[in-house]
Design a protein around this ligand. Structure first.
Ligand SMILES: NC(=O)c1ccc[n+]([C@@H]2O[C@H](COP(=O)([O-])OP(=O)(O)OC[C@H]3O[C@@H](n4cnc5c(N)ncnc54)[C@H](O)[C@@H]3O)[C@@H](O)[C@H]2O)c1
Ligand SMILES: [Zn+2]
Ligand SMILES: [Zn+2]
Length: 345
């Protein structure tokens, strides 16, 4: 089968690989129908993720058709159309029993990281009963690819941890796919204001179409002042960090109102200062989270009921044999205006 393989920092290639086989009774082999590329795959290619060794097939998102199942799989059979979660969970360990699938002792974020991933014709998914989801009937399968990772990430790490509430004020720093996923799902709770902040005016334009009440380009270093002006001098109840660089986590510390929450989503590669000399008295909370995908069943229902349309995040489509072009387009998002690229296997 064809697969996109990480060959070490800065290097990737399409390779011919053997079709994966069942290794444990809980495994399923899934034939990929649609997959996509995540900003985290770009982090791997930069060499930022040491757990991902050269030779690994990348990809942790996708929908497909079950091809075969191990003897222990009871919920799925060959022919079932499934969503593949970016997080693998056994459902039984202490962390899984607490709903913290991201820290599953024998799972977590392993796909396209510690084991071969979804940017291929087939993938082996461990703990299939608790890591795959049946696709609802009549829903656009491309749209559901957005539920493998980015929608649960924006929702769980940003909206839920940030305690977005009716009438509250929200700032989201970063209008990439993850920040936009937080913007879409924050609206479940009817906050009064959602202020999107980015350096890219075209992404801010998309944010306005997706329901942002205000957008700010922070290139002038005046975003904190502008947010204060929009919120009666207070700042926001929820500041969501959806970039993953020191500047944006620092900005969130300037945006948060007394009693508010800074909800970090970004994957950080560098240390960041925490200004406790100002914040100690402000009754704030700071949260971090690796997505658990514990809200995937709920998100599937909202898509089926047309309360949420994740297909709005899809900008480009490629066949699997052109996945290198897909990486190029996704990697130059500022020029190509790419958000999510769909790859059809
Ligand atoms: N916590 C998790 O479980 C989890 C899961 C998936 C992704 N992530 C992380 O979430 C982050 C966002 O992902 P994405 O795919 O949307 O990334 P992305 O790179 O597509 O988007 C980031 C956005 O931030 C903007 N930006 C960059 N520097 C900025 C600055 N100084 N000020 C304001 N805006 C700035 C960019 O213009 C871009 O629009 C990444 O760090 C990714 O690795 C975390
Ligand atoms: Zn991802
Ligand atoms: Zn577990």
């Amino acid at each position: 089968m064809k697969a996109l393989v990480y060959r070490g920092p800065g290097q990737k290639a399409i390779e011919d690989r053997p079709k994966p086989e069942i290794q444990a009774p809980g495994d399923a082999i899934v034939k990929i129908v649609k997959t996509t590329i995540c900003g985290t795959d770009l982090h791997i290619l930069k060499g930022d993720v040491p757990s991902c060794a050269p030779g690994r097939i990348l990809g942790h998102e996708g929908v497909g058709v079950v091809d075969s199942v191990g003897a222990g799989v009871t919920s799925f059979q060959p022919g079932d159309r499934v969503l593949i979660s970016c997080i693998t969970s056994c459902g039984k360990c202490e962390y899984c029993r607490r709903g913290m699938y991201s820290h599953c002792i024998t799972g977590g974020w392993i796909l396209g990281n510690e084991i071969d991933g979804t940017q291929a014709e087939y993938v082996r998914t461990p703990h299939a009963d608790t890591s795959l989801y049946r696709l609802p009937k009549g829903v656009d399968e491309e749209a559901l690819v957005m539920l493998s990772d980015i929608l649960p990430t924006g929702f769980e790490c940003g909206v839920l941890n940030g305690k977005v509430a009716p009438g509250s004020t929200v700032a989201i720093v970063g209008a990439g796919p993850i920040g936009l996923a937080a913007l879409l799902t924050a609206q479940f709770y009817s906050p009064a204001d959602i202020i999107m902040i980015d350096l890219d005016d075209s992404r801010l334009g998309i944010a306005r179409q997706f329901g942002a009440t205000h957008t700010l380009n922070s290139a002038d270093n005046k975003a904190a002042e502008a947010v204060k002006a929009l919120t009666g001098g207070r700042g926001v109840d929820t500041a969501i960090e959806a970039v993953g660089v020191p500047a944006t986590f620092l900005l969130c510390q300037d945006l948060v109102a007394p009693g508010g929450v800074i909800a970090n989503i970004g994957v950080h590669g560098y240390k960041v200062d925490l200004h406790l000399e100002r914040l100690w008295s402000q009754n704030i909370a700071i949260t971090t989270r690796l997505v658990d995908t514990v809200t995937t069943p709920m998100l599937l229902k909202t898509v089926q009921a047309k309360k949420l349309d994740p297909s709005r995040l899809i900008t480009h489509r490629f066949p699997l044999d052109r996945i290198l072009d897909a990486y190029d387009t996704f990697g130059r998002a500022a020029e190509t205006q790419a958000l999510k690229v769909i790859i059809a296997a």
